[in-house]
Design a protein around this ligand. Structure first.
Ligand SMILES: Cc1ncc(COP(=O)(O)O)c(C=O)c1O
Length: 389
């Protein structure tokens, strides 16, 4: 029986372009051979361009959480004072990893659903003993909030001791404005299954000069995630351990597509689609979690209406082929989350909002799905970047 067509709208993994799926379904190659070297170098160089760095982008096999671990263990030593600015569950995860490896982690916790305030961070940094590093989240997938990253990084660099800036860029990179070198970010990590249009399996780590200098004296234990080792192998066009070759074949397609589209156009497309999703959900009378200025271009979170139970509502959407994410941790059963990153277009988001509206109606809510879709189209068309040429 053919599988029902799904509209996969979780915040990663994302639906893959057909070309990427086909690229993944090819015979294996020698991961110590020339062809692999070209594959690795091309993706790495493409990603460097897309995130705005002249530094090195390393590709390792693992998930985003592995890349977070790599950021910590390659730059820090046990006992280092670390400030973890957390605005949701992924910020908490970054903090937990640093604690697990012996950093002395202090959490600066922002209420979920809000972004961090650069002035508050600046003040905290100025009135506390120097930290070795500050952990920041670019885009908090658990709440659909984007941090004012550039301003936060500036606050950190102005602080006593000029702490290292380690950024979880997993669900924002590629889709939202991000300039690693111009913003002076020491290290940022991401993962293939997000805006890059790859399958899950490749962890991405970009390091600037200060991160490499820190690496020389960092004493946290590391083996699989030893990036100095990965750097040596990358020079030969290889990875230290056997890589997820098929995932890399698909990822190359995603990176090429983003380069062809152009960074600004990709960012504008994501912003326009996100604005349309926000309008559509609000037209369905759903209240968005994030305040207008903090809303993410890749993930939208909305509160479940009072009295609507998540499990049956979610099951009903899934029965129609619409797959969205629920809340995490304390927000399980309280919010729903839509992913709109990567190769996403407005049509599949309009389908998703329509299906959600119809399911809400079946669950006793007064909604007008066609009106929500019209609202989306209007917002999207008003924001469309001018056609090129
Ligand atoms: C912001 C953020 N950080 C970390 C992670 C963890 O990545 P992974 O699930 O690939 O380990 C995710 C995954 O959704 C994420 O969105």
């Amino acid at each position: 029986m053919p599988a029902m067509e799904q509209n996969l709208r979780v915040p990663g993994p994302t639906p893959l372009p057909r070309e990427a799926l086909e690229a993944q379904s090819v015979p294996m190659i020698d991961h110590r051979g020339t062809e692999f070297g070209e594959l690795l170098r091309e993706i790495s160089a493409g990603l460097a361009e897309l995130i705005g760095t002249r530094g090195e982008v390393l590709l390792l096999t693992g998930s985003g959480s592995g890349a977070l671990e790599a950021a910590v263990v390659n730059t820090l030593s046990p006992g280092d004072r670390v400030l973890a600015v957390t605005i949701g569950s992924f910020g908490d995860r970054f903090a937990k990893i640093a604690s697990a490896f012996g950093a002395e982690v202090e959490r600066f916790e922002i209420p979920w659903g809000e972004a961090a305030d650069p002035q508050a961070i600046a003040q905290h940094l100025a009135t506390n003993p120097a930290y070795r590093a500050v952990l920041l989240t670019h885009n908090e997938t658990s709440t659909g909030v984007t941090n004012p990253l550039r301003e936060l990084v500036e606050a950190v660099h102005n602080a006593p001791g000029d702490p290292l800036v380690l950024v979880d860029g997993i669900s924002g990179l590629g889709a939202m404005p991000f300039e690693m070198d111009a913003w002076a970010i020491d290290m940022v990590v991401s993962a293939s299954q997000k805006a890059w249009m790859g399958s899950p399996g490749i962890a991405i780590a970009a390091l600037g000069e200060r991160a490499w200098t820190a690496n020389e004296s960092a004493r946290m234990p590391r083996a699989y995630w030893d990036l100095a080792e990965a750097r040596k192998w990358a020079e030969k066009g290889q990875t230290p351990w056997t890589p997820a070759v098929s995932v890399l074949f698909g990822l190359r397609v995603g990176v090429r597509r983003l380069l062809d589209e152009g960074r600004e156009q990709t960012w504008a497309r994501h912003a326009a689609i996100a604005a349309a999703v926000h309008a559509g959900l609000e037209a369905l009378d759903l209240r968005l979690v994030a305040a207008p200025g903090d809303r993410s271009s890749t993930v939208t979170a909305a509160w479940l209406p009072d009295g609507l139970e998540w499990a049956p509502f979610n099951a009903a959407m899934r029965a129609k082929g619409l797959i969205v994410a629920g809340g995490q941790g304390a927000w399980a059963g309280r919010i729903l989350r839509f992913g709109h990153m990567g190769g996403v277009g407005i049509d599949e988001m309009m389908d998703a909002v329509r299906t959600m509206g119809e399911t809400l109606a079946e669950h006793g809510r007064q909604t007008d799905p066609p009106a929500a879709v019209r609202a989306m189209r209007e917002v999207f068309e008003a924001r469309q970047p001018a056609p090129v040429g």
